[in-house]
Write a protein of this length. Structure first.
Length: 131
């Protein structure tokens, strides 16, 4: 399980960077039909949420894991997906900028929670390993 958490943490970082670049490209740079880039952004976003949820559950399963942290990963992941989907319904104006700002704040929270979860998991493993 330790290697799965390590790989998931690294994948979360990689997909976060890719998704950040895709989001900026789709929102501010793309001209014409950006649907393929939007689909890629959504796909990597789903992967980010799944990885976040996995890390939240993994840290809860070790000694000293936090149920509240797991709940936070599920709430942030769900909110991130819902706000992302809601952006499709709003075509412009201040509402779109508010949703985009919330989406960015949630994705920053997601990467932070993922890092916290993987750090707690590693710390729990280090304290249970015999010296």
């Amino acid at each position: 399980m330790a290697s799965a958490v390590r790989v998931s943490s690294m994948a979360l970082r990689l997909f976060w960077l890719i998704n950040l670049a895709l989001g900026v490209y789709v929102a501010y740079i793309a001209v014409g039909d950006a649907r393929p880039w939007v689909i890629a952004h959504v796909f990597t976003g789903v992967l980010i949420v799944v990885l976040l949820w996995f890390l939240g559950v993994a840290q809860a399963l070790v000694k000293g894991g936090s149920l509240a942290l797991t709940v936070a990963t599920f709430v942030v992941g769900l909110a991130l997906a819902l706000i992302g989907i809601a952006q499709v319904a709003v075509t412009g104006g201040a509402g779109l900028y508010i949703l985009q700002g919330l989406h960015v704040a949630l994705v920053l929270s997601a990467i932070g929670l993922g890092e916290i979860c993987s750090a707690r998991y590693r710390k729990a493993l280090a304290t249970t390993q015999p010296s």
